[in-house]
Design a protein around this ligand. Sequence first.
Ligand SMILES: O=C(O)CCC(=O)C(=O)O
Length: 212
Amino acid sequence: MQDDLGPGAVHLPRFLSIERQRALVDECRALVDGPVPAYVPIVRGGGRMHVRMLCLGRHWNGQTYKYESTRADYDHQPAPPLPPSFVALARELAEAAGMTIDADLCILNYYDADGRMGLHQDKDESEPSLAAGLPVVSVSLGDTARFLFGGLRRRDPVAATLLESGDGFVFGGPARLRYHGVTRIIPNSAPRELALAGRFNLTFRQYDVNKL
Ligand SMILES: O=C(O)CCC(=O)C(=O)O
């Protein structure tokens, strides 16, 4: 089943089995509460984001909107490495959507019941990566999110899609710079087997095009 999202955007509902979801949730839990923990970024204008964030592979600095190796906007710790199993997962989802990625970074976000993310473009990856339309590959785990997907301009119309646990969502090529965001989380909607309150979302990206 695919929503009509336009070229380059593919929703992969229930892509991951519940066993794979459970294993990933365990990994995400260990990462966000690990030695380099997730934190709530404060962005350029001074606002606090409504997620806990942990970047793997490269760190996205919420003050400069640039990627870097250490968390200069927070605790100066190095970004933890991207596990090879995560790289393989991103590749698998991209291929299922008819695209390719050799991910070198992942932004892992945890949304509690009040979590949300304003409409934005993912445009801080390298110029060659954006020009090549290398996709953003997203994996949702836990509570369902109301996800907005718009156009290339902020004022373009947006469509709302529910992203449920185990869903993939891939946008690349002509869709790579489309605006998107999360308006709300539906509490207690996660599969019971995950024993998870809230939602993890992983978005994989490829900054360095020379890896292809
Ligand atoms: O949580 C989501 O589904 C979207 C996350 C997102 O837009 C981002 O990390 O840039």
